[in-house]
Ligand binder design. Structure first.
Ligand code: ADP
Ligand code: MG
Length: 701
């Protein structure tokens, strides 16, 4: 047989047809390889004992040592159950069994000392263990290898057929000895030696059957490293391919439009960070290779201006440019501010969105093809196939996290050579995630706000303090400021959220009556014209309060608005809260973000609110977000095409291993970009195996 890992799981001792079917349908485990790579999700330290006094119902599986006091059989027939009281010197709890009562009656004897193991739940003020594992203390002591017990994910259906975590553990015990001496290394020998990595078999053995904490940690390191290393190798290889093989337009000179704008039109001095990024872009676009650059910068850091100046550079070199924004409001806003900034310069800018009229659309299409239009601003409408350019040389994608990699790629197809791509995001992505999601991009960071900005003060209030908050809003309005009040909008319950907003509107209309106050309302159910009208009133300061759902989250820029009230703030994710807060603090006045919540917050909810109150640093916030939610749930990562549901590594927790893995991958490729050296043969093979990915080695010069 070719490879023992391809062996059908049915033939493993302890499996058989029924279990094999269950493993396949529930967990997708069909072969030895699949089972071997079904890693434990955690380990229980079975040397640690808890006491009854310290229990709470948030705890996961734990163990205690104590005496059974008495055992009762309660209920009739189907409702029959055994309830035992268990005492450990610090308190009493109840053990409950509904099944296997005969067995329980034999095993559980009053007066004897036991180790019990299970998950505590609270019921009528008493701690309960339902169906705990139970073992006489004397027997427990005799068990070897019992200090670190691997726990495996299973499903309800599997558990009902007794294919629980313990059963999987048993299968791993059957499998591993069969593989001894038969697992070829999946990393080159020189890397293993150089970085003192555990060998593959030993690592897999200790992941499932840890012989000590030390060996477990070494095993985890090796497997996490391997997982992250191959992702980085793939991304860096791709990047290498793009930068060395794909041709790119050359923006050779800085011309008239750029210079005139910079010298005569720019109303302020660029920050040092903006200048640095412009230099980076200028360099990239003059190499003859395609630029793929991610521009990260906190809200309000002036990314749009950098984008505009880069586009002028493109135009000076005879190319067209476009900006793609995720919403119409944003596209409109870009259009407005860019046309304003360019007034007097001979640059033709057009707007193309879903609501552009057909007749206008036709004109735009024609002017794009003839090259009359220099800059096209729009939404997804830009990537429709009917939109063709004469010579598209530079693409800006704003707020990237809403566009997938696939959409990025579609823009490339609009020209013979791919245009340079600048991806802008105001949702800072943790470094680790950026390395993975955008590992094929170069990253620029604007880490400096334009001068004179005051940091937004963030306050947290309970709903009961609403009147105080209203009083504060009145003070601010009296000072001439404007106020946003935002309500959550979560897809699943749009109707309910809409009701939140309506109720809110009612109470706010009462607290802020005309003619002293005027209110704008913007939400997703409105027609674009209605939305624009409401926005416009607010922009022109005809209204002082803007009540909205999260449609205003991204990019809206109204410097006079200095208060952002977020209702039910506990229902928002961190990146959303940060985005919303970024809507204020754009003018010279002190701004405020007020987070309104109920009294009862979950642990995560409390962490989110506290993080917002404690810091304004978007990167710090994104790190917390990553830890709370995991990468798969972070905004915009779903369609990334990169496997984020890693098997063993965790992008939130394993950032050091990731950095290390990326460095090693870089070193390997620097030395052997096509992986043609004998010692790297295993890398090439693994890449093909893991990514089922056609490497175009020959194209790399
Ligand atoms: P971002 O897109 O990064 O959120 P914008 O480009 O929209 O930020 O800039 C926010 C505001 O700051 C805009 O009103 C812009 O004109 C202004 N701005 C940008 N750069 C500077 C600068 N160097 N000095 C002063 N104001 C700036
Ligand atoms: Mg912006």
């Amino acid at each position: 047989m070719a490879n023992i890992l391809d062996e059908n799981i049915t033939y493993l001792k302890g499996v058989g047809t029924a279990r094999a079917n269950l493993l396949a349908s529930e967990l997708g485990i069909k072969t030895y390889y699949d089972l071997l790579n079904h890693f434990p999700y955690k380990y229980l330290d079975r040397t640690k004992f808890y006491s009854v006094r310290e229990l709470n119902s948030d705890m996961n599986y734990i163990q205690l040592r104590g005496k059974i006091l008495n055992v009762e059989v309660l209920g009739e027939k189907r409702k029959q159950r055994i309830v035992a009281s268990f005492f450990d010197g610090t308190g009493t709890l109840k053990l409950v069994w509904f099944q296997g009562l005969k067995w329980v009656q034999q095993q559980v004897v009053p007066g004897k000392e036991y180790v019990i193991f299970g998950k505590p739940t609270e019921f009528n003020g008493v701690m309960n263990f339902m169906h705990p594992e139970i073992e006489l203390v004397d027997n427990f002591k005799d068990k070897p290898d019992f200090s670190l017990q691997a726990l495996y994910n299973t499903t309800e259906k599997m558990k009902s057929k007794f294919l629980n975590s313990k059963a999987i553990h048993k299968l791993q015990q059957n499998l591993l000895p069969l593989l001894k001496g038969k697992l070829p290394e999946s990393l080159p020998a020189y890397l293993i030696e150089q970085h003192k990595l555990m060998h593959r078999y030993e690592a897999l053995y200790n992941i499932h059957l840890p012989q000590s904490l030390d060996l477990l940690q070494k095993a985890q390191f090796r497997l996490k490293f391997e997982e992250l290393f191959y992702i980085q190798l793939k991304l860096l290889h791709l990047k290498h391919y793009q930068t060395t093989s794909l041709g790119g337009f050359r923006f050779e000179h800085v011309g008239d439009k750029f210079n005139t704008f910079y010298m005569q039109y720019l109303p302020f001095e660029l920050t040092r960070a903006q200048k640095r990024v412009l230099r980076e872009i200028r360099h990239d676009t003059n190499t003859g290779h395609q630029m793929n650059r991610l521009l990260q910068g906190d809200v309000g850091s002036g990314k749009t201006l950098v984008a505009l100046m880069s586009m002028l550079l493109a135009i000076d070199n005879g190319f067209q440019a476009c900006i793609m924004a995720p919403t119409e409001i944003l596209a409109n806003q870009h259009f407005k501010s860019i046309t304003e900034l360019l007034t007097g310069l001979d640059v033709k800018v057009e707007l193309l969105t879903g609501s552009t009229k057909q007749s206008q659309r036709r004109l735009i299409h024609a002017d794009l093809v003839s090259g009359e239009i220099h800059i096209l601003i729009g939404t997804h409408a830009l990537i429709e196939d009917t939109v063709q350019f004469k010579n598209l040389g530079f693409v800006v994608i704003d707020e990237q996290h809403r566009f997938g990699v696939a959409q990025r790629a579609r823009l490339w197809k609009k020209n013979v050579n791919p245009p340079h791509v600048l991806v802008m995001t105001a949702t800072p992505i943790p470094r680790t995630l950026a390395m993975t999601l955008y590992g094929d991009l170069d990253v620029s960071i604007i880490d400096e706000l334009p001068p004179g900005r005051k940091t937004v003060k963030t306050l947290h209030y309970n709903d009961s303090k609403r009147l105080r908050v209203f009083g504060f809003i009145k003070e601010q309005i009296a000072l001439g400021r404007q106020v946003y009040i935002v309500y959550p909008l979560i897809k699943e319950s749009e109707a309910m959220d809409y009701k939140d907003l309506e109720d809110g509107l009612e109470s706010i209309s009462r607290a802020f009556p005309p003619p002293d106050y005027a209110i704008s309302v913007v939400h997703g159910k409105m027609k674009p014209e209605e939305k624009d009208k409401a926005m416009d009133l607010f922009v022109r300061r005809q209204t002082q309060i803007m009540i909205a759902t999260t449609v205003i989250e991204v990019g809206v820029n109204i410097p006079n608005a200095s208060v952002m009230v977020i209702e039910s703030a506990e229902r928002f994710g961190l990146s959303q809260l940060h985005q919303l807060r970024g809507r204020v603090g754009r003018g010279a006045d002190q701004s405020y973000c007020i987070l309104m919540t109920g009294n009862k917050l979950t642990t995560d909810g409390r962490t989110r609110i506290k993080t917002m109150v404690d810091t304004n640093d978007g990167f710090e916030i994104s790190e917390v977000d990553l830890k709370l939610r995991g990468p798969g749930d972070l905004e915009g990562t779903q369609q990334s095409g990169i496997p984020l549901d890693l098997k063993i590594a965790n992008l939130g927790r394993d950032s050091q291993i990731l950095t290390f893995a990326r460095q090693v991958a870089q070193d390997v490729l620097a030395d052997d970009p096509r992986l043609t050296k004998t010692e790297n043969f295993v890398l090439k093979k693994q890449m093909e195996l893991k990514w089922k990915y056609e490497f175009n080695w020959s194209q790399i010069s």
